[in-house]
Design a protein around this ligand. Sequence first.
Ligand SMILES: Nc1ncnc2c1ncn2[C@@H]1O[C@H](COP(=O)(O)OP(=O)(O)OP(=O)(O)O)[C@@H](O)[C@H]1O
Ligand SMILES: [Mg+2]
Length: 444
Amino acid sequence: MWKSKWVRRLAWAVTDLMILGAALAIYFRDAVEPFVEQNSATFKLVGLAIAPFLAVLGFVWGALDKIEIKELAEELGQERERAEKATKSLSEAQSSISAKTEQIKSLESNLETIADSQRLWRLGPPRPFPEYEGWKLNPHGARIVSVGLFKGGVGKTHLTANFAAYISEKLKKKVLLIDLDYQGSLSTIMFTAAGIEPTESKVDSLLAADADLATLSRNSIQLVGNSDLTILNGGKGLSRAWIVPADYSLSALEGQLLVSAVMKGPSVVDERYRLARVLLHPDVRNQYAMILIDTPPRMSLGTVNALIASHAYVVPTILDRVSSEAIGPFLSQIQSFKSDLKLEGPELAGIVGSMTKQMPLTGKEPDYRKRILATATEQLKTDMVRTGRPLMLDQNIPRKAAITNKDDLGYFLDDGHGQLLRDLFYDKVFDDLWSRIVESTPNH
Ligand SMILES: Nc1ncnc2c1ncn2[C@@H]1O[C@H](COP(=O)(O)OP(=O)(O)OP(=O)(O)O)[C@@H](O)[C@H]1O
Ligand SMILES: [Mg+2]
């Protein structure tokens, strides 16, 4: 480029000089004419040379133009390449910025989900393990049942413990209890009644990504005391019942799993499907007739795991204002939970009146029972559970002084007048619950 510039300048200079010379010759014609006549031969020669010179100049000029255009085109091409590269890296930067923005948004939404534990299951899209649905829909083996309501002290643990006694001692079938409340009330009740010292075994182990049948075997404890301390069932314990106990370490583990799910992103085994991965395994379900899970009065990660693993859920409630008001929000949360995670189950097996003042109901209890039924019917858009039975069981579990004062399970106690509580009401409640749960099995 620079070369053609200088050649062009030189050509301009020569041309300018020639024009200037011609102009001067015309202007000073009188002075110049004698000189021209004297050197006419030389001027003729110069005149003859000018035409080829101008032709050569025109040719060189054209060639220079071509070179210049070529050089310009090359430069333009390089510029374009540079511009394309810059555009590409800009769009890469833009897409990495929008990916980062997405990450931040999902982090924010996950943090909000944790903060507002009402929707704790919404930790990103569900990532069930491949066999989840097949195992859950398998009609063989234990039905898995969660007992829950997000209201403390309504008798969840009481119902779970006594239902296990009924399955083990009346039905003579094997039952596995899972304690998912870090307060460990179920574990304490069962250990105390069975005369067993609390052990290192913990439900925490079932929430590990690699938990399997062996983990469950190591961490479940059979509820038969072999010492004089055994109170349960007149010293016989519950020979067909096992428990995986909980203690306060569960709360720390739940916190760690949630934080890691949010900060490190999803792990290989979805934190919400860990319990299901162990309990729904056909080898586990085939060992028991039923698996009962006691849940805490809130939507913890343990509760999310319990509900995902469960085929059915049971809701005990006191027939008073506070507890009846908790039913609507609880059922609605379970509905959103199921639709968000696209789950078929768990199905409501029934609502059980708990700690009623007497049998039959007294005072305002019948009113609250009606209100609970109306709320549940509105939430579930039906007044029947899947087996065609009313949403609420006819038989309630009355409050009995004998239950609160003894270490044994209510199921084995009498009412102080020689009548066994199991005959008075427990067996009626549990016969109904058992058949509701078993009859709701697909293909039953
Ligand atoms: N039918 C009953 N008669 C007498 N006392 C009962 C009865 N049912 C439960 N209780 C007592 O009421 C208290 C609360 O019961 P329970 O622990 O079963 O409720 P919960 O719903 O599991 O509570 P939390 O939400 O705190 O886990 C316990 O002390 C229990 O012994
Ligand atoms: Mg409890």
